[in-house]
Design a protein around this ligand. Structure first.
Ligand code: SF4
Length: 266
């Protein structure tokens, strides 16, 4: 009995003083890893995420520029999972990209759909375009946040395409953080990897063009940030990409709930 207790204490002390890459992952390691990887390229960051979490980790793919996450993941040579939220209101061009990506990488995307009863209730009560009247939060809650929560509740980590240069609310975005909005598997902590955090839009497009990655044809029509069809429009070359999203709303409300508090370090 005493011997067993000693062994447990000894193991705990050993774990505590091991470098973080040699012991079981702890959320306390997240700020350390964030600093270590801050200058790393996206492929190195994704490799670290996949090596650490394996199939408990998945890439979130929106059907836009974040296709580069899949390209970088494929280059790691490690198995990876990809999921996407099909809100039912996406552009036909986005569905075409999903198909192209599945064929190009020989993968199946795990599509998440909204709860049909919740969509019926919203649309029967408020119509198809309620977001133009009273804001996008309610519709995004039903069509995006609900399905995302369901998916994240099966994972320990997710990989996103968010970048510092996309929004003023993302300027301090670390490459990895403890997700402050969503819980993971069994209600436990969820680690959010942001491998493109330090990349610019130009860096992302260089990867897309250099690698021959499939991309959303809407980008050729002036769309930059691409979401649902009724809530996305093209922007002028001199305009910020977020001006193409929910343009009828105040700029400070332009988050869909998927990446709130994204700027905070774990
Ligand atoms: Fe609804 Fe628009 Fe949000 Fe899509 S982006 S879920 S259509 S409010």
């Amino acid at each position: 009995m005493i011997k067993t207790a000693r062994r447990v204490v000894f193991k705990t002390l050993c774990d505590q003083f091991k470098p973080c890459h040699l012991r079981a992952f702890s959320t306390n390691d997240v700020p350390i890893i964030a600093k270590q990887l801050d200058a790393a390229d996206p492929q190195t960051i994704i490799k670290k995420a996949l090596e650490t979490f394996g199939s408990d980790c998945a890439i979130s793919f929106s059907g836009a520029e974040d296709v580069v996450l899949i390209e970088h993941a494929s280059k790691t040579g490690l198995p990876f999972r990809v999921f996407s939220l099909d809100t039912g209101r996406l552009h036909p061009q986005t569905y075409k990209l999903f198909d192209d990506v599945e064929n190009h990488y020989k993968i199946r995307i795990e599509y998440m759909f909204p709860d049909s009863a919740e969509v019926e209730q919203l649309v029967r009560k408020k119509g198809m375009f309620s977001f133009y009247e009273d804001g996008h939060k309610e519709c995004c809650g039903v069509r995006k946040v609900g399905p995302l929560k369901r998916q994240l509740g099966t994972l320990k980590a997710w990989i996103t395409g968010v970048r510092k240069d996309q929004s003023e609310t993302r300027v301090a975005l670390p490459v990895v953080q403890v997700d402050e909005v969503f819980k993971g598997k069994d209600g436990g902590p969820l680690i959010k990897w942001n491998p493109l955090s330090n990349q610019t839009s130009s860096d992302v497009w260089k990867t897309i063009t250099d690698s021959g990655v499939p991309f959303n044809s809407l980008h050729q029509d002036g769309f930059i940030s691409i979401g649902c069809q009724p809530c996305t429009r093209p922007v002028l070359p001199t305009q910020h990409e977020r001006l193409g999203r929910w343009w009828w709303e105040d700029a400070s409300k332009k988050e869909c709930g998927l990446h709130a508090k994204a700027e905070k370090i774990a």
